[in-house]
Design a protein around this ligand. Structure first.
Ligand code: HAM
Length: 422
């Protein structure tokens, strides 16, 4: 018996119906915000991912050498590929450039519920704009995407790496110290963080205040801790403007500042954010993003860039956990030829209805009316057409409403109009 590789999944037609529903709903939201879709290859040159993160990232990738000796990797995310494409082909496009994507990603993670080795992201990158309204719109878009698919309870947590860097500077923490501290902050491991801060020479009092500031949403508490760093004070004020627009213009209120959001990826700077679905427990992070720098690293002329990606699979898990009813996979019409002489006419009716936009199937197993009706019921079919010899003599068929259970004789030429009416 063969099985799917560890950390990957098959999707049945019912599951694909859910995925397509979410994909179509999200694509409509992205386009309503003025975004255009982009697609990049599933694999890239390995260097695209090691350029910023270093060789150690290879352990987390599906990296391989192809028959031509090229070092390649299945993409772990789409930000670097999209920026690579921008630098290669789109630099001359009018700004801002608003791009969205859906794509499979591959990470050598330890699989568990909500964490897979192959998973799908829906995301976007905005290139060439740095205003507060653009930042507020990015946060609002991420939130709206999740709300529009039907999620009830999601919350945006907003951090800022410029402010974190200012605090590190104030506490005299070196780059090497930060490499140890950032992952602890990212995972909210505050007890370990306290120990590590002490090891890095930070006083007990400063460590305690820092850890409190990482967890508070009180702007004043943060402001008093960073008061002697003008850049950080300015950044906090800019953040307040963005959040003001988010609340007063986009009318999104389910957010809070949380400086412990520092993001695991290496390219971020400034404002960063994550969106959680509390209903998911351990793997509750549905979305992550922020502003970042990659363009000049990839050889382009530096422009502001920001974006986010939503975990598609976790979005479905969250919807299921909230009890969302997905639209069922359904067939509009099922046609039953009563005997073999009726097959040709049944096919012609099916083709006619398909050309008018109905989803149609017909009994190809020649299993008779009773079993065919049972099958149609299991497929949530709304209307069944029974093609029988007596009716066909008068160029008519039997049209059965599967919900109500009644049936009527309808002229073949009128089936389409009749179905459209109902
Ligand atoms: P990320 O936080 O690494 O960010 O991934 C975004 C989302 O993908 C996560 O919030 C999570 O829902 C989902 N995800 C990540 N890993 C897995 C996994 N192993 N299994 C299932 N879902 C997963 C990025 O990828 C950035 N590129 C986002 C971005 C775009 N930043 C700027 N632009």
């Amino acid at each position: 018996m063969f099985q799917v590789p560890r950390g990957t999944r098959d999707f049945t037609p019912e599951e694909m119906e859910k995925r397509r529903y979410i994909e179509q709903n999200m694509a409509a939201t992205f386009t309503s915000f003025g975004y255009g879709e982009i697609q990049t290859p599933t694999f890239e040159n390995l260097e695209l991912f090691t350029a910023k993160s270093g060789e150690s990232i290879v352990n987390e990738l599906y990296a391989f050498t192809d028959k031509g000796g090229r070092e390649l990797a299945l993409r772990p995310e789409l930000t670097a590929p999209v920026i690579r494409c921008y630098v290669e082909r789109l630099q001359m496009e009018p700004k801002p450039l608003k791009l969205f994507y859906f794509g499979n990603c591959y990470r050598y993670d330890r699989p568990q519920k909500g964490r897979y080795r192959e998973f799908q992201q829906a995301g976007c990158e905005v290139i060439g704009v740095e205003t507060s309204e653009a930042a507020a719109e990015l946060l609002a878009l991420a939130f709206t995407l999740l709300k529009n698919v039907g999620l009830k309870n999601v919350r945006i947590n907003i951090g800022n790496l410029t402010i974190i860097s200012a605090i590190f500077k104030r506490l005299n923490l070196l780059k090497d110290d930060q490499k140890i501290l950032l992952p602890l902050i990212d995972k909210s491991q505050f007890d370990d963080l306290k120990v590590s801060l002490r090891d890095c020479g930070v006083s007990g009092k400063d460590a305690e205040t820092f850890i409190r500031v990482l967890q508070t949403s009180e702007v004043n508490e943060i402001r008093s801790f960073i008061a002697d760093d003008p850049d950080a004070v300015k950044e906090l004020a800019a953040m307040e403007t963005i959040l003001g627009l988010l609340k007063n213009a986009f009318h999104v209120t389910e957010y809070g500042i949380k400086l412990s959001i520092v993001r695991g990826l290496d390219y971020y700077k400034g404002l960063v954010f994550e969106i959680d679905a509390p209903v998911l427990g351990a793997e509750k992070q549905l979305c992550g993003g922020g502003s970042y720098e990659l363009v000049s690293l990839f050889g382009g002329t530096e422009v502001p860039t920001s974006g986010f990606a939503i975990g598609f699979d976790r979005t479905i898990l969250a919807l299921e956990a909230e009890g969302f009813i997905f639209p069922p996979l359904k067939l509009d019409v099922y046609i039953i030829p009563v005997n073999q002489d009726m097959i040709c006419t049944s096919i012609e009716i099916a083709q006619q209805l398909r050309s008018q936009g109905f989803s149609v199937d017909f009994d190809q197993l020649r299993r008779g009316i009773g079993k065919s009706l049972k099958y149609a019921d299991s497929k949530h079919v709304e209307k069944v057409i029974i093609v029988g010899p007596k009716e066909l003599e008068k160029k008519t068929v039997t049209l059965r409403d599967m919900k109500i259970g009644n049936q009527e004789i309808v002229s073949i030429t009128e089936i389409c109009a009749k179905l459209k009416k109902t």
